[in-house]
Every structure is written in structure tokens, then in C-alpha cells.
Design a protein around this ligand. Sequence first.
Ligand SMILES: *[C@@H]1O[C@H](CO)[C@@H](O)[C@H](O)[C@H]1NC(C)=O
Ligand SMILES: *[C@@H]1O[C@H](CO)[C@@H](O)[C@H](O)[C@H]1NC(C)=O
Ligand SMILES: *[C@@H]1O[C@H](CO)[C@@H](O)[C@H](O)[C@H]1NC(C)=O
Ligand SMILES: *[C@@H]1O[C@H](CO)[C@@H](O)[C@H](O)[C@H]1NC(C)=O
Ligand SMILES: *[C@@H]1O[C@H](CO)[C@@H](O)[C@H](O)[C@H]1NC(C)=O
Length: 521
Amino acid sequence: MKGLRCWLLGSFLLLMLSHSDAMKCKRNMKRGPPEAKKHMKDVFNLLRGNNHRKALEEIECLERTLEATEVNETTSMTESGLVAVLHRPKGRFRGSTFDASETEASSERDVGNRKVRVRLPQELDPGSNTIVFCMFRWPRLNKTLLGISGDLYENRMIGVSVQNKKISGLKERVNITLSLNKSQNAGEVQCVFLNFSTKTLSSDGCETVLEPGESNVTCSCDHLTYFGVLMVTPQLSDTNAEILSYITLIGCSISLAGLILAILIFITNRKVRADVSMKVHVHLAVALILLNLHFLPSNKVATLSSSGPCIYVAVALHYSLLATFSWMALEGFHLYLLLVKVFNIYVRRYLLKLSLVGWGFPAVIVSVVVIINKDAYGSVSLDSSNSNSTKICYIRDNVVKMVTTAGVFALVFLFNMSMLVMTVKRVVSLKSNKFGSQVGQSQWERMKRDMCTLLWVSTLLGITWGLVFFSFSYLTTPALYAFCILSSLQGFFIFLWFAVSLKKIRNSSAQPSSETRSTNS
Ligand SMILES: *[C@@H]1O[C@H](CO)[C@@H](O)[C@H](O)[C@H]1NC(C)=O
Ligand SMILES: *[C@@H]1O[C@H](CO)[C@@H](O)[C@H](O)[C@H]1NC(C)=O
Ligand SMILES: *[C@@H]1O[C@H](CO)[C@@H](O)[C@H](O)[C@H]1NC(C)=O
Ligand SMILES: *[C@@H]1O[C@H](CO)[C@@H](O)[C@H](O)[C@H]1NC(C)=O
Ligand SMILES: *[C@@H]1O[C@H](CO)[C@@H](O)[C@H](O)[C@H]1NC(C)=O
């Protein structure tokens, strides 16, 4: 009885094992080179077909078939476009070399027109198992399916595996050398391998070695599977990503320093504090400080594993960007009002009303976005065509981004332009009548200067942050440098604005001035 139970259990386990194997690969019943060749031919046909997913599965299956193929000595096989070697090491294993051309592969001799050479380290010692080498081209390789944005060089894939062994974490690496066409050498290349569990191409654990002056590339990897060489499209490389973080750090820090100094000027000078225009400026400066403060850590936060901080930073960034825009518009409105009311604003709770609009309007937009689509915020790649590029925490939804940032900015810019036009018109008409001459020349000067300043600040702001936030695809390195310079300029400029105002207010305090008093906020 006991024996029977054991036997039943044993055969059940065996069945399960063979079943799970059969689920993946329905072949390798008979195990000789002819069967392996037949499978190679089937794979060849699949590689030319439209069922990319099935082809991918069969590539993995073929590897199993080749591993399971029984040979007594090293055997090379060529079938359709595929070449393979089943290598049976003799004696002590001291590493081995596989060479392959388009039409043949060998582990024992050099082949003509060599395309690929694979060198396996001694550490790989397969014991009495077969080492399998296989190479083919996948003309209809589906880039979406494999999750890549570049081109796989010659659509070539090179597979290496050891029967009954999973090889990973090698100390001495496996080297796969491919000859590149001279013309194609210029492009950036990257070694990738096929991860069968995720069914995507990845580069973890592989180094790409390009010897200067040589027309071939070596992939140095610590594991075995299917490898290929990706012709990488221009992207933010690691060094550029590093430059980006320094650039943001420098630009935003200078900007922040300028803004904070401006606010200090405001806080420490009673006269400046009493000036309504300065109060409006200080709100704009606060919005900008929020923007810089949240932008600085944005790409660091995007690399965190938990999404909570990233969503917070994304929402805060969007809010402060919108607040910056709305305060820019309010600056324009304020200047216009100054002129229309001829330098005597009296609106009840004027600043409170401005603040409600300036800080409330962004809050409304952000709330609406959150209510409509909670997933609109999160980490996004700066370069949308390449998911490996630098990420920041921001708006993920392109429509939301388009409407609520570029759209709002365009409106603000138009609004400020029309404010400018109306101001100029007003100036002209006032100047031509008597009343205008009563208004001091210096006040006209100030008016004009303020308007120009505002235009300059809005343009600067728009371009600076537009570079980062409106860019929908690739952000170029020159753009990054431009961002750094503009961003530091903008903080410095606002500081200058405050400093000049301070001087002006100090100067004019000698003669009593009526301008921009009379507000209870
Ligand atoms: C391997 O060797 C055994 C005996 O030495 C022989 O019976 C068998 O046919 C050989 N297999 C192949 C594939 O050559
Ligand atoms: C592969 O190349 C690296 C250096 O590029 C070297 O250290 C290693 O020994 C090489 N492996 C083999 C198997 O030749
Ligand atoms: C590539 O694969 C993706 C995802 O499996 C599929 O949606 C797409 O249609 C495929 N492309 C082609 C050209 O077959
Ligand atoms: C690598 O380049 C050298 C010199 O250009 C060449 O002799 C060699 O065959 C190349 N290696 C491969 C694997 O093609
Ligand atoms: C393949 O991807 C899985 C899941 O991401 C990972 O655990 C595994 O280490 C990867 N395989 C290799 C060889 O990197």
C-alpha cells in the first residue's frame, strides 16, 4: 500500500512537472538533432509572421529543445536563417569560444565572415551538460512588445544557455562581441538581453564596451540568455541626467536666493511694506519660491519607490506654476488699475480680493483635475519616447498638461499684452489732454518702466518654465542650459526689482507722494 501511494505521488509530481513544462513548450518529446532542426524551421517561420507574442514564446521553447537535444559530441546546425551549436566540452572546462557567421556557427574553429564571437569564462563550468549557442535575425521584431525605443542592430539575437542550469551573477563575465558596420558605429549602442519572465529587453547586468577605433561592440554580461545590441536613439544619457540635476540645482538656488532676498527687503522695510504694488510683487515672489522649492527635489522624488511623495510634489508643482501665472496676470491687472484710477486705487479689501483670485484660482483647477482624474499626477519621463530617461513628478495626462499649463499661460500672456496695449493707449490719450500734464513726468516714467518690467518678467517666466513643463518630448541639452541661465536670471531680476523699488521709495519719501496708498487689506 505504502509503495503504491509513493508511486502514485511520484507519478503525480512527474505529471505536474511535465505538464507545467508542456504548458510552455509542447515539444521536445523526441530528442535528436533532426527534431531540433525541425523546431528551428518552425521558429524561422514564426519570426517572419505576425504573431509576435507566439514567436517570443517559441524562442524560449527552442532554447529548451536545443538543451534537451541528445548529442554525443559537439554539433553545429544550420536551418533556414538560424545557426546553432550544441557544445559538449571534453575534459576539464577552461572556458570556450563560439564564432558565428550568417550561415554557420562553431565552437571549434573560426568561421568566415564572422559576425559574432562569444567567449564563456571558466567559471561557467557546465559539467557534463551541453552548452547551447543559437543565433538568428528577427526581421519583424515588434519594438512595442519588447519595450524598446531604439532599433535592435540587424534585428539580431544571440542566445547562450547551459542545459539544466540557470547561469547568473558570474564573477568573470561572458563576452559577446558583434561586428558593427562602419557607418553604424557612430550611433550610440547599448547591449540588451531578453528577459523571458518580463518578455522585454533590458540592460541590467550587461556592460557595453566600445573599443575606440574598433568597429565592433562587446557586451560583457554576468548571466546567460538572448542578447542583442540596441542602436540607441539620442537621449539624455546618464552624464546628461547628472548635468541636469546640477543645472537645476544651480539655477533654482540662485533664483531662490534672489527671491528670498527680495522678500527680506520687503519684510525689513516699512516703507516698502506699505506700498501696494510691492505687496502684489511679494505674492508673485512667494509663488515662485514655492515653484523652485518643489522643482528642486522633483527628479529625486520621482525615483522613490512609493508614489505618495511624488504625487504631492506633482500637485504642488502644478499649483505653484498656476499660482505664478495667476499672479503674473494680477500684476498686469494691478498696473492697469493704477493707471485707470490715476494712481489712486481704492477698492475695498483690494489685496484680499487679489489674493483670493491669485491663490484660489490655481486651487480650483488643481482640485478639479484631482476630482476628474486621480492618476493625472505622478512621475513622468522628461523624454516621453524613452521610458528610461530622467523622470520628474508632474502631470502625466498630456491633455490636462496642455490645457491647464500651456493654455493658461497663453491666456495670461494675452491678458498682459492687452493690458499693455490699453495702458499705452491711455497714456497717449491722457498725455494729449490737460489732465495728463498734471500727472508728474516721473510717474509716467515709473508707469512705463513697470509695464516693461512686467512684460519682461512674464516672458522670462514663460520661457523658463515653458522649457521644462510644456516640453512634450525630448528636452535637449541646450534647452537645459537655457533653463539654468533663465531661471537664475529670473530670481536675480525679481531681486533687482525689489532693490530698485526700495531705492525709489526711499528717494521719494523726501517729498510726500500720493501714489498707491490707501488700501486696507
Ligand atoms: C550516442 O552514443 C550512443 C552509444 O555510444 C549511441 O547509441 C547513440 O546513437 C549516439 N547518439 C548520437 C545522437 O549520436
Ligand atoms: C570579458 O571581458 C572582461 C573585460 O572586458 C574580462 O575581464 C573577462 O575576462 C572577459 N571574459 C572572458 C570570458 O573572456
Ligand atoms: C506589437 O505588439 C503590440 C503589443 O503586443 C501590439 O499592440 C501591436 O499591434 C504590435 N505591432 C505590430 C506591428 O504588429
Ligand atoms: C573586432 O574587430 C577586430 C579589428 O577590427 C576584428 O579583427 C575582429 O574580427 C572583430 N571581432 C569580431 C567578433 O567580429
Ligand atoms: C527579469 O525580470 C525579473 C522581474 O523584473 C527579474 O526579477 C529578473 O532578475 C530579470 N532577469 C534577469 C536575468 O535580469
